[in-house]
Design a protein around this ligand. Structure first.
Ligand SMILES: *Cc1c(COP(=O)(O)O)cnc(C)c1O
Length: 419
């Protein structure tokens, strides 16, 4: 007889890496709600509510703001495969692993891929991006807002205007930064933007919020070739080349997410419940408050690490507020420290990739985990673990410095005011 395993009962962990993180318990509760049929009016009502909530999260009026089933990469692939026609020039400014990913996906879509690279730990000036756009004249520019592999955040406020000037479409992968940083999609002229739940939105990976504007809609509908078995009478196919993926065909997905409710896949009911709850929680706290909470945790964590005698990685003026890189001190084995943090404290911190593998740790302060107590607990555990491994650290100063940052930002306790 086949072995029957125990029920799933994960060990308690505090996930302070670059994502995924612990989900907000309210998201887990929403995800335990009973399923509904995908055309049940109660369910299509939830779909419409989810679209309305994510318009606020992305700060956009875009009608086409919905979810792609799959992890954040599903959102990336849906935009790229639907937008890129074979032979199109796509410019990818790369400042970390996720830039390379977009260049790779663009290549698979048949694009002529042009890249510019910033050294890991730095970002691009708008001028450098403008020069590249002027030189290669791309149809699409694709880049990250925040690349967790290097902890850097690319300023985007001017990039949309540059793309408009040269008639390029701007696609931004905001998986790692959404609600951890400001991201006014419409105000910044971003044509397409995608995300995931498992970073600052405080949910599990498995569904990707996206938003695309009317320029993208026009480009995609040109390529609409509805699947034969569901094609309505009188359907006129677009004159453009058919989108190479059925699952990620934004033109067909628009018919599923509109009142037409033209059948496509079976919407991932449970993931939609989770995504809806993530957005609801963030909007209830208020976007500016959520962004400020991430900025404060970042300031406290960096102050704590520096006071401990550690050196943060990269250009701190462009560090993502929700992930912090730290140079691994030469006298310790970075992986042994991570293992002890996990086994002794149940705390997960991250390593990095490529040129940074073994050189930096990455600590995330994101979403539900972005709280004072987690910053303090992680600093304490890291200090004790470093000491156990014989590293020189300044005892007690890390937590004190982080607490001091929180104290200056927090209002005095009510008790003091009443006295
Ligand atoms: C974390 C991250 C992703 C994750 O993609 P998944 O498919 O959900 O694993 C994508 N892009 C960026 C910039 C990220 O930081």
């Amino acid at each position: 007889m086949a072995e029957l395993f125990d029920e799933i009962n994960p060990p308690p962990r505090l996930m302070m890496g670059p994502g995924p993180i612990n989900a907000d318990p309210r998201v887990l509760r929403a995800m335990s709600a009973q399923l509904l049929g995908q055309f049940d009016p109660a369910f299509t009502g939830y779909m419409n509510e989810t679209m309305a909530l994510y318009r606020q999260v992305f700060q956009t009026d875009n009608r086409w703001t919905f979810l792609i089933d799959g992890t954040a990469r599903a959102g990336i692939e849906a935009v790229m495969v639907s937008l890129i026609e074979p032979g199109d020039t796509v410019l990818v400014p790369i400042f970390g692993r996720f830039g390379h990913l977009k260049a790779e996906i663009a290549g698979r879509c048949g694009a002529k891929v042009e890249t510019v690279e910033a050294e890991w730990g730095t970002v691009f000036t708008p001028d450098r991006i403008e020069d590249a756009v002027k030189r290669v004249r791309p149809r699409i520019v694709a880049l990250c807002q925040g690349d967790t592999s290097t902890t850097m955040a690319q300023p985007l406020a001017e990039i949309g205007a540059i793309c408009r000037r040269y008639d390029a479409l701007l696609y931004v992968d905001a998986t790692a930064s959404i609600v951890g940083m400001d991201l006014p999609v419409d105000a910044w002229g971003i044509d397409a933007c995608t995300a995931g739940l498992q970073k600052c939105l405080g949910g599990p990976s498995g569904i990707a919020p996206i938003t695309v504007n009317a320029r993208v809609e026009r480009a995609v509908l040109r390529r609409k070739h509805t699947e034969r078995g569901i094609r309505p009478a009188g359907d006129v196919p677009g004159e453009g080349p058919r989108i190479a993926s059925n699952y990620f065909d934004l033109a067909m997905l628009m018919d599923y997410w509109s009142d037409k409710r033209l059948n496509h896949h079976t919407e991932a009911t449970t993931m939609l419940y989770g995504a809806r709850e993530c957005a609801r929680i963030v909007l209830k706290e208020g976007l500016p408050a959520v962004v400020a909470r991430h900025a404060l945790a970042s300031a406290a964590l960096v102050a704590g690490l520096q006071a401990m005698g550690l050196r943060p990685f990269g250009d701190l003026a462009h560090k993502m507020p929700n992930v912090t890189g730290i140079h691994i001190p030469a006298e310790v084995d970075g992986e042994a420290i991570r293992t002890d943090m996990l086994n002794d404290y149940g705390i997960e911190i991250g390593t990095s990739f490529g040129p940074l593998a073994g050189r930096i740790w990455r600590i995330g302060t994101m979403g539900y985990n972005c709280r004072k107590q987690n910053v303090l607990i992680t600093l304490n555990a890291l200090e004790a673990t470093l000491r156990a491994h014989g590293a020189t650290v300044t005892c007690g100063e890390g937590v004190d410095a982080a607490l001091a940052v929180y104290r200056t930002a927090e209002p005095a306790p009510a008790r003091a005011a009443a006295e």
